[in-house]
Design a protein around this ligand. Structure first.
Ligand code: SAM
Length: 301
C-alpha cells in the first residue's frame, strides 16, 4: 500500500463549481456526453467510475443497475452524494486508483474520465483497472492528448520545449500529464484489452469560438467529427472504448456490496460489516465507513 505513486489531492477542492459550472466548460461537458453515449453499453450490472469526482458523468450511466463511484477525495464524493442521493444504486468509495479495494473480476464496465490525467504511473493504474474487470468487460478511458494541434503548433513555433510526437507522457504541471495515443494503445494492448473505438473529442476548445457559438451547437458539430478519431487524434481529449479479451475464467458480478471488497492491506476478501467500519478477518485491518462513504485510503488506528 505504501509504494504507490503520489495522488493529486482534490480534498476540499471546488473543482466542480470553479471548473465546470462557472468555468465556461459547457461545450466540453456536452461534447463528452455525446462521446460517452456513443461508447456506453446500453445496459449492465455494475459500473465502476474511477476518479468520479463530484459525479458529473454518473447520471449518464443510466443503463447500469448499480454504479460504484470511486475517488480519493471524500469531499468530491460528498458532493456527488448530495447530487445523486444515498440509495442502493450508488456506492461511494474513497480509495486510491493504484490500490483498488475490489476483488478481481468484480465489474462488467468501468470508465475513467479526466483521471488518468493525474497518474504519474499510468500503466500501473491501468493494470489495477484491468484486474477488477470481468472477461469481455468494457472500459471507457478518456485521456489528455499530448499530440493536439495547439501543442504541435506551439512546438513548431518554439513556444513549447517538449516534443508532442514522442511517446512518453509529459507532466506540464505537477501531477498533470498529457499522453501519446500510441502509448495508451500499447499499454492497453499489453494488459489484454482490445480497442473497439476511438473518438477524438473537443475539436473546438477555442476560447473565442466558444464565446460566439452556442455550446449545444458546437458540441453537436464536435459529435459529427468525433469518429475521425479512428483515423487520427489531434484533439486535446481522446476517448477509447476497450474490451477485456476473453479468457478462460469467468465470474459472476456480485451485487452484494461488501462481497465486492478486498482488504487493501492484505488482499483478503469477506470483509465483515461492523457498526462504523469494515473488518478484515485475515489481517484485522479496519476500514472506516462514514456518511455513506467506504473509506479505504488508510486503515483505522
Ligand atoms: C479532473 S477530476 C475529474 C472528475 C470527474 N471524472 C469529471 O470528469 O468530472 C479528477 C478526479 O480524479 C481523482 N483522483 C486523482 N487521483 C486519484 C487517485 N490516485 N485515486 C482516486 N482518485 C483520484 C480526483 O480526486 C478528482 O476527483
Amino acid at each position: 500500500m505504501n509504494n504507490t505513486p503520489p495522488v493529486c489531492n482534490y480534498e476540499g477542492s471546488d473543482y466542480q463549481q470553479a471548473f465546470w459550472e462557472q468555468g465556461g466548460r459547457d461545450y466540453e461537458d456536452r461534447a463528452e456526453a455525446i462521446a460517452l453515449k456513443k461508447m456506453l453499453p446500453t445496459s449492465g450490472k455494475l459500473m465502476l467510475e474511477l476518479g468520479a469526482g463530484a459525479g458529473r458523468n454518473t447520471p449518464r450511466y443510466e443503463g447500469f443497475e448499480r454504479v460504484v463511484l470511486l475517488d480519493y477525495s471524500t469531499t468530491q464524493l460528498a458532493q456527488a452524494q448530495q447530487k445523486l442521493g444515498r440509495s442502493d444504486r450508488y456506492i461511494y468509495v474513497a480509495a486510491d486508483i493504484y490500490c483498488l479495494p475490489f476483488l478481481d473480476r468484480s465489474f462488467d464496465s468501468a470508465t475513467m474520465i479526466r483521471a488518468l490525467h493525474h497518474m504519474a504511473d499510468a500503466p500501473k493504474a491501468l493494470s489495477q483497472v484491468r484486474n477488477v474487470l470481468q472477461p469481455r468487460a468494457v472500459f471507457i478511458l478518456e485521456f489528455a492528448n499530448k499530440v493536439n494541434l495547439k501543442s504541435i503548433f506551439r512546438y513548431w513555433l518554439s513556444r513549447q520545449d517538449w516534443n508532442p510526437f514522442t511517446l512518453e507522457p509529459v507532466e506540464f504541471v505537477k501531477l498533470n500529464f498529457d499522453f501519446h495515443p500510441k502509448a495508451i494503445r500499447s499499454w492497453l494492448g499489453e494488459l489484454g484489452f482490445s480497442i473497439e473505438k476511438t473518438l477524438a473529442v473537443s475539436h473546438f476548445r477555442i476560447g473565442w469560438l466558444k464565446r460566439i457559438v452556442p455550446a449545444g451547437l458546437l458540441a453537436a458539430m464536435d459529435g459529427l467529427f468525433q469518429p475521425l478519431g479512428a483515423l487520427w487524434q489531434f484533439t486535446p481529449s481522446v476517448f477509447m472504448k476497450a474490451r477485456v479479451n476473453v479468457e478462460s475464467q469467468t465470474g459472476e458480478v456480485s451485487m452484494n456490496v461488501t462481497g465486492l471488497f478486498k482488504c487493501p492491506e492484505c488482499g483478503g476478501g469477506n470483509l465483515q460489516e461492523k457498526n462504523d467500519h469494515l473488518l478484515c478477518p485475515t489481517c484485522h485491518a479496519r476500514w472506516a465507513v462514514h456518511d455513506g462513504i467506504y473509506d479505504f485510503r488508510e486503515k483505522m488506528k
